[in-house]
Write a protein that binds this ligand. Sequence first.
Ligand code: FEO
Length: 398
Amino acid sequence: MFAREIRSGVLYVGTVDWHRPVFDELIPLPQGTSYNAYLVKGATHTALIDTVDPSREAEFLKGLESLAPLRIDFIIPNHAEQDHSGAIPAVLARHPEAKVVTNAKCKDILKDLLLLPEEAFKVVQDRETLPLGGRTLEFILAPWVHWPETMFTYLREDRILFSCDFLGAHYASSRLFTGRDPAVQLAAKRYYAEIMMPFRTSIRKHLDLLKGFPIDLVAPSHGLVYTDPAFILDAYARWASDEVANEALILYVSMHGSVQRMVDHLADGLIRREVVVTPYHLPRADLGELAMDLVDAASVVLASPVFHAGLHPEADYGLTLVAGLRPKTRFFGLLGSYSWGHRLEEIVKNRLTGLKAEILPPVISKGHPKEADFKALDGLADTIGRKHRDLGLISRGQ
Ligand code: FEO
């Protein structure tokens, strides 16, 4: 990828990965991704903010070589994860004059991940500045978006926030910029859901802190550069808030149809009570779609047949996702079907200790659901409908 200016003297030098199918061998990338890196040129010094994934290193280095003669004084990793730091050793090999400028925690992680020597680094503190000659970089420590060492770099004179993964999106595009494009915001929501959601408390703190910085451009390390920062900052504030929506997700798997019948009955009952329902058939569900819906849904119901006295492995995976992503779900329900015994309730309660949700009475049928089970499902639909109404999520006549 060739270098492109985002402002005079501030260049995009990242790479676009159009066809990467998954991230972390887990997260689907329906729109590919990009590894964004930026070159900031001052009158006396030049800084490279982030690098790229090792898989795109050759293309990245070619882009930098096209800028020759180029002296890089500082390489600034805002985040140690290899999709941004992976090409640092190759850049250092070609620019031995450069220092790796980052916070102490990031340095420690990079020494382990990339085997960089101590002397390669210059450690900076929160709010420390780095003059480049007519341009000033300010470092803002922002732990837990989404690792403990993450930080932002703010270019004062140009009012550009280089925000690392924070505010980013897995979104490959020939464009550099976005204004208020809903497609980009949806990709950012998917990214938030998959990566950032467990860190809502830290995110809210960082959003408050950023109110003190005038920002004209947000330049994240994945996706496009935001020319209207409020578009993404306001969306993050909404997603990270405690506000929930009138939505119930049913995460289910069924082996012989009993659980499927229960799910269909509950979905029908919830629709009758004006609750918006999305069933997710776990063996076929898109992880990103499910994560996105978890951002706002007030209720989640897990439905599983009993498998070796516990959850079916697909339902176990669904529960792992919910427990790990820690959404702001208020109410959690459990449906199940067994033949001779089970430990479903115990397993689910033990695994959801980090979720601040009220666990609703489970509905577990012995074999095929019978009249009493369907009544219990109606009762569960009543409970969820009433609780959503009590929260003001369902307006009269909706
Ligand atoms: Fe895009 Fe956490 O790396």
